[in-house]
Write a protein that binds this ligand. Structure first.
Ligand code: SF4
Length: 199
């Protein structure tokens, strides 16, 4: 099993809370390889809220271009940096409530920061987590927002740190969004999704 200090995937690693926060924002609607490239380029120039808050938006756009939606994301990460400086003296808070007081930071992003930067229990739910648990019939939820609460009720708190990492890895490698690799899946005997597909 991969170390829990890693951010989301075996290939991308950031430990610093600010960098986990920004990398998670950059990861929206893009592939991990693109997130990693954009994040590394950005942090090489602007590794802290102090430096990123002072950076020109045009420069940020150029550095994070691989992540897609780079104009919107550039303004967002600069605004986040300025808010961190103004409201938190440049220190990323380690509570979900305070994290979600940051503009544009929702439950999933806050959960990623808690889990991957602070090792605090949370279950960030993205499309992979949502899909995997619903396909397996463990949950019957319509939206990722519903899945988070359902998993918090279902999974013992001492295991919360593992849920996102393992589910995302499984969703990216076996239980793919389209054409899941059911023949390779060790859970296929119990999976209602594969059973319904073969009837
Ligand atoms: S059997 Fe197929 S659909 Fe079910 S969990 Fe495994 S990969 Fe996903």
């Amino acid at each position: 099993m991969q170390s829990m200090v890693r951010w989301r995937t075996p290939t991308v690693q950031f430990d610093d809370p600010f960098q986990v926060l920004i990398a998670t924002v950059l990861s929206a609607r893009t592939r991990d390889a693109n997130t990693e490239k954009a994040s590394r380029q950005l942090f090489a120039r602007f590794p802290t809220p102090q430096t990123l808050g002072r950076a020109r938006v045009r420069t940020i756009e150029r550095l994070i271009k691989p992540a897609g939606f780079y104009r919107v994301k550039a303004r967002h990460v600069k605004a986040l940096s300025l808010q961190l400086m103004h409201d938190f003296q440049g220190v990323v808070p380690d509570s979900k409530e305070l994290l979600m007081s940051l503009k544009g930071v929702g439950s999933k992003t806050a959960g990623c920061v808690l889990v991957y930067a602070f090792k605090k229990p949370a279950i960030p739910v993205d499309v992979h987590v949502h899909r995997v648990f619903n396909r397996l019939g463990i949950l019957d939820t319509r939206f990722p927002e519903d899945t988070e609460g359902a998993l918090e009720s279902l999974v013992p708190r001492k295991r919360w740190l593992e849920v996102n990492h393992l589910s995302v890895l499984f969703g990216q490698t076996i239980c793919l969004p389209r054409n899941p690799k059911c023949k390779e899946c060790m859970l296929s005997a119990q999976c209602p999704h594969v059973i319904s597909r073969t009837q």
